[in-house]
Design a protein around this ligand. Structure first.
Ligand SMILES: [Zn+2]
Length: 107
């Protein structure tokens, strides 16, 4: 069942609230750019396909970080609200409503 709230497919923005499910797809030396040769990694979210690229120091510090989210993901998130905290709250509110409706059906 696809649950929608304010026209948004909530499964598509679940990562907003619970965080992304990152899976490493690349770990090695950066092949180009001003940080060429520095250790880099790319992780992709198993749920929403967002991507995160980082350059790392040998002692694990993050030198740079860039996110690449699916346009549909961003569009859905913004449809919930312009405010990031309100987006998460709207998602939880919709989930609570879904829960209440399911609970009512069981009675
Ligand atoms: Zn995600």
């Amino acid at each position: 069942m696809v649950s929608k709230y304010r026209g948004v497919d909530l499964d598509a923005v679940t990562c907003l609230d619970v965080g992304h499910a990152w899976v490493e797809t690349f770990y090695g030396r950066a092949q180009s750019g001003v940080l060429k040769g520095v250790v880099a990694r790319v992780v992709v979210c198993d749920r929403c396909d967002s991507e995160k690229a980082e350059h790392l120091s040998w002692d694990g510090r993050v030198i740079s970080r860039r996110y690449f989210s699916e346009p549909a993901y961003i569009e859905n998130a913004r449809a919930l609200s312009d405010d990031v905290h309100d987006r998460k709250r709207a998602l939880r509110e919709a989930r609570a409503e879904r829960f209440k409706a399911a609970e009512k059906r069981r009675k």
